[in-house]
Design a protein around this ligand. Structure first.
Ligand code: SAM
Length: 261
């Protein structure tokens, strides 16, 4: 994506300060940044998931790295790290703290849909709390393109069909819409079927039923019809083809609630 990508204006200094305060309050009860909302998840949750599913030895690319709050988790696995974020403010902050570390190869301003790396570069890829802001079918194809067959891929997103009475999720979706926050919801089971049809292995689908459950590591497995967020863990197969659209700008739950008003 070129420098002129209009989405860059959204991911600015004020978003950086907002996300920093959301992360700072992770794990301390309910949100003070958004009155009444659930907290976002802290880094510790990911330490647990990364331990549980593991990385391949070698390299990892983090897509949507912000200021690098997850970097210690990759480095403690002995990995070499490259990272990208669409936001100049985020990349500046990550570079200020991390550039020069012996196992950090690059921190680049770039979008998930157009990654500045050759085919098959990475042994692992992680995209945390970011996939829902991307053009997902293009981003997912890029994740596969820049990783090698056998690569481990972790990504999180929001499912397009959550519970009708998850008012925190409905409020968050309405709030995001008012702010023009880039926000996409995944038809998760369709996406996984497309991945499997290309020969990729789905190692895990963790489904967090309601907004706030991710922060509590409260998940179910299987293929429930309704849930709010997900973590997908993949092992990349050989293929790397384009995907049809599997995400939408409004969840089915939000659309149904709006039509009942
Ligand atoms: C909610 S923050 C999560 C950041 C980090 N992964 C974390 O968990 O702290 C979303 C991040 O995604 C970045 N982002 C949004 N859209 C992106 C895109 N299309 N490509 C790359 N990064 C993107 C934003 O600038 C922001 O840093």
């Amino acid at each position: 994506m070129s420098e002129e990508d209009p989405r860059k204006q959204y991911w600015n200094d004020s978003y950086y300060r907002y996300w920093k305060s959301r992360v700072d309050e992770a794990g301390v009860g309910s949100s003070k940044v958004i009155e009444g909302d659930a907290n976002t998840e802290g880094d510790e949750i990911y330490r647990e998931f990364f331990e549980r599913f593991g990385f391949n030895p070698g390299s990892v690319l983090e897509v949507g790295c912000a200021w690098g709050r997850m970097f210690p988790l990759y480095l403690e696995h002995g990995l070499r790290l490259s990272a990208v974020d669409i936001s100049a403010a985020m990349v500046d902050a990550a570079r200020e703290s991390w550039l020069g570390h012996e196992r950090i190869d690059s921190i680049s301003e770039s979008s998930a849909e157009s990654l500045p790396f050759g085919d098959g570069t990475f042994d692992n890829l992680a995209c945390i709390a970011t996939f829902d802001a991307t053009f997902q079918n293009r981003a997912l194809r890029e994740f596969l393109r820049v990783t090698r067959p056998g690569a481990r891929i972790f990504f999180t997103g929001k499912h397009d069909h959550y519970h009708d009475d998850d008012t925190a999720a409905l409020d968050a979706e309405a709030g995001a819409r008012r702010k023009n926050h880039p926000n996409y919801f995944t038809d998760t089971l369709y996406m996984l079927a497309l991945l499997k049809a290309q020969g990729h292995r789905v190692d895990a689908l963790l489904c967090f039923p309601r907004r706030g459950d991710f922060a509590k590591a409260d998940f179910v497995t299987g293929s429930p019809e309704r849930f709010y967020e997900y973590l997908v863990v993949l092992t990349r197969g050989e293929a790397c083809e384009f995907f049809p659209e599997f995400s939408r700008a409004h969840s089915r739950t939000f659309l149904a609630a709006s039509s009942n008003e």
